[in-house]
Design a protein around this ligand. Structure first.
Ligand SMILES: [Ca+2]
Length: 329
């Protein structure tokens, strides 16, 4: 067996060992990852316009809204509306570049601001949605219309999963282009949206995000930036009330990331998810973070309670949700 064929098995074996060995000290590990609470936010002054500002939810890759009619942020818009927030779930191409998706967000943000008469909005973004938001703020110049951006498991420093996905495509550029053209065509047929998977994946690679995207999209001082990461694990014999078990569909990517980038949610590592004021880790995998599949989330993470508390925080009505095992009040 060649070393090239052996490598994935080695990664999985090492990942299993790491997963098993790490669970005994999960409490301590989470506490150390989360770090100290951000300074000043608990006491910060919030203006009336910030309090009344609308909330725009930005979905990640494969946003479901446009595909099969299932809400990506499962039942979150309804919960926030019940709490009195003006909330809109943006719908952008599920498989397209950050630049293209950010333009689509801009159009929807313009509409929200026009409809509500608000000066700006609070953005809450999952995964790639966080990069769409940063491009919107910095490259498209929307820093004057965004009050805060909170990202949940956004690959601010890229993700190895995108590197790996591009690496699996045949090396010859012509073959790769052909393969992606076929995928894009199939994707368009299924979703009815423009699809550019190669551009999307390339835009999430570690080299591109660190080397190009971040220098080109520096933070806007007018915007408050917050971030969360998700942490899951693969060991089945844990207290499910406090520790998440990875969704089987994310097991391979979780183990790969665990071995090479450390703690992660199955798609994005904690290291990559840190941006602005890092508010902590959620006991959730990448699907649980948005209440998927269809509300069957981690027992250790109540996604509706989290988004309700987060919305109260960004609109100045409460502290930042920092409890890992967050239950409804
Ligand atoms: Ca889970």
């Amino acid at each position: 067996m060649s070393s090239r064929r052996l490598a994935p098995w080695l990664v999985i074996v090492v990942g299993v060992v790491l997963a098993a060995s790490g669970c005994a000290a999960l409490e301590e590990m989470w506490a150390s990852i989360a770090g100290p609470p951000p300074q000043g936010d608990a006491q910060r002054e919030v203006t009336d316009s910030e309090r009344r500002a609308p909330i725009l939810l930005l979905h990640g890759m494969a946003g479901f809204d446009a595909v099969i009619g299932v809400e990506y942020f499962y039942k979150v818009p309804e919960a926030l509306t019940t709490d009195g927030h003006a909330v809109v779930a943006a719908v952008v191409d599920p498989f397209n570049s950050v630049a293209r998706r950010a333009e689509q967000v801009a159009t929807q943000l313009d509409k929200v601001l026009l409809a509500t008469g608000a000066r700006g909005a609070h953005l809450i973004a999952h995964s790639q949605g966080g990069l769409d938001a940063r491009y919107l703020i910095s490259t498209l110049g929307y820093g004057d219309r965004v009050l805060s951006l909170t990202t949940i498991a956004t690959p601010h420093h890229g993700t190895l999963i995108a590197d790996a996905a591009l690496g699996w495509v045949p090396n010859l550029p012509a073959e790769a282009d052909y393969a992606f053209a076929l995928i894009d065509k199939l994707g368009h047929g299924v979703t009815g949206t423009d699809v550019d998977l190669q551009a999307q994946l390339w835009g999430l690679t570690r080299r591109y995000v660190e080397g190009t995207f971040n220098p080109q999209n520096p933070d806007d001082p007018r915007v408050r930036y917050y971030s969360y990461a998700g942490v899951t694990q693969a060991w089945p014999f844990v207290d499910r009330e406090t520790v998440d078990i990875v969704n089987p569909g994310l097991l391979a990517s979780y183990l790969t990331l665990k071995a090479l980038e450390g703690e992660n949610d199955g798609m994005v590592s904690v290291k990559s998810a840190r941006w602005g004021a890092f508010l902590g880790v959620l006991a959730a995998d990448h699907m649980d973070e948005v209440g998927q599949p269809m509300g069957a989330t981690s027992k250790a993470f109540d996604h509706l309670a989290f988004y309700r508390a987060l919305s109260r925080f960004v609109t100045g009505e409460g502290p930042a949700p920092r409890l890992r095992n967050l239950k409804a009040p």
